[in-house]
Ligand binder design. Structure first.
Ligand code: ZN
Length: 472
């Protein structure tokens, strides 16, 4: 057989996996990794990239972004959102359904897939799980959603949270298909009640947002969702873990054998309640940034494996939509997909995480949880060549003006980071090169549902589902 020709060989760098860091070259052909090894073992290549002094990581897989299209494209669209991902070393995103119209029917899924045709990076689409679209859940699976999103608590878009009965029926329907249901795990009735009481008392300062959502909203929601998942065999994922307290029901559920994963976000690891005084309404996000005691517990949850992954909850808004005097009127969330990797690599530099920990949290774990492993989430022959080439020594200062998101305001403004992605490749193609977006790569992104392989589904209590007992 003739020598295989590689499209690209990345030479002189250090390859990082979730278990080790070692010197090796990486050869890429036809969008996949062809070989990893010593320079003399590499095939001839059309192009060689000098990566001396750099580390070669599997690209980040962000299980939680909001790209706002259709409906709110003044905040973000799929071109700007995925450009920000590419610039941040993120090669796959899972995008949320709280757009207008919400992604809860086959028609709206087609609209979303249409918008996603501009993407620079690969993507999974979340289908909405709500009370009014239960009859569409199976059609959404057929149409190519990669997971479902259930808003147990309200946030941007004000999609009503389903009652427990509707959640149970939805879990019964989804469980046999094996797809994961990601939860905004805050209990709406507690939040609504407290917010109304606070508003009636004239409380409208930034810290009142935290008062409206104490950790009990998350404890209650995680516990309840875990019970429904255990009963039905549905797989669940706890989004944006913000409190130390909700780690207990999460640990308990894992110990009982519930297939549940959890994520936290850089803002919960790096901000505490002081942020309300420093940033005012800009820090408003759901769930809220909490007291320092929670921040310490979240780092503990990362260290002991209760928290499986880092995601961003990238949630851009315009500055004027954030900076409102009455806290209840400030839109919730801020951009994150472009700053996650530099912020977390800075934590690696500070010794709070190892580089393999970071690879596991940012890439390998989400790939496993959402059925993409080993096509993604790992650098090994045969895997997609989804790669972030990072300079761990490079320092930059985060500034909203330099971000590619349309939501140009961030509480990380002025933060000095150490560790920056320099090149990003998606299936072998540069989408960022030398810290510049490769604009021609818009549209290169593909939906991951075609390569998704969830483990065999294990539905339970199948004879007692609503469908089984009603015959419909
Ligand atoms: Zn979110």
């Amino acid at each position: 057989m003739d020598h295989m020709m590689a499209d690209l060989v990345i030479t002189g760098g250090m390859v990082a996996t979730d278990t080790s860091v070692y010197a090796a070259d990486v050869a890429i052909a036809d969008g996949a990794i062809l070989a990893i090894g010593a320079p003399e073992a590499m095939p001839p290549a059309r192009e060689v990239l000098d990566a001396r002094g750099m580390h070669i990581l599997p690209g980040a897989i962000d299980a939680h972004v909001h790209f706002r299209e259709p409906g709110y494209t003044h905040k973000e669209d799929w071109a700007t959102g995925t450009a920000a991902a590419a610039m941040g070393g993120t090669t796959t995103v899972f995008e949320m359904p709280n757009v207008d119209p919400p992604t809860g029917t086959p028609d709206t899924l087609r609209m979303k897939l249409d918008a996603a045709s501009k993407a620079f990076v690969d993507y999974g689409i979340y289908g909405l799980l709500a009370e009014d679209n239960i009859e569409h859940l199976e059609a959404l699976i057929e149409g190519g959603v990669a997971a479902f999103k259930c808003f147990m608590g309200n946030t941007f878009g004000n999609l009503p949270s389903p009652c427990t009965g509707a959640m149970l029926e939805a879990f019964e329907i989804i469980a046999p298909h094996g797809l994961r249901v990601s939860l905004h795990a805050e209990t709406a009735s507690i939040i609504d009640w407290r917010q109304k009481r606070l508003m009636a008392a004239g409380r409208n300062a930034p810290l009142d947002h935290l008062a409206s959502r104490p950790a009990i909203v998350a404890i209650e929601a995680v516990s309840r969702a875990a019970v429904l998942a255990e009963w039905t065999g549905a797989r669940i994922h706890v989004l944006h873990i913000s409190s130390g307290d909700e780690l207990r029901p999460l640990r308990d559920a894992k110990a009982r054998g519930v297939d549940v994963t959890g994520e936290t976000c850089p803002h919960y690891l790096l901000f505490d309640e002081d942020a309300y005084r420093e940033h005012g309404p800009l820090i408003r996000v759901n769930p809220p940034v909490r007291e320092a005691v929670h921040q310490r517990a979240l780092w503990g949850g990362i260290a002991d494996g209760t928290i499986d992954m880092i995601a961003t909850d990238h949630a851009p808004h315009l500055p004027e939509e954030k900076l409102r005097n009455v806290i209840w009127q400030a839109d919730c969330g801020f951009p994150g997909v472009e700053t996650q990797m530099p912020l977390m690599l800075t934590q690696v530099a500070a010794g709070r995480l190892t580089l393999p920990d970071y690879v596991r949290l940012s890439s390998t774990a989400p790939a496993r949880a959402f059925g993409l492993f080993p096509a993604k989430g790992v650098l090994q022959p045969g895997a997609d060549a989804d790669i972030a080439i990072v300079d761990l020594a490079r320092r930059e200062t985060i500034t909203a003006d330099a971000l590619h998101s349309r939501g140009r305001i961030t509480p990380f403004e002025g933060w000095e980071v150490r560790g920056v992605p320099v090149h990003t490749l998606v299936r072998g193609r540069f989408v960022m090169r030398d810290r510049k977006l490769v604009t021609e790569a818009g549209g290169w992104g593909r939906s991951v549902h075609r390569i998704q392989r969830m483990p065999k589904a294990v539905p339970r209590h199948t004879g007692e589902t609503l469908r089984a007992v009603t015959g419909g």
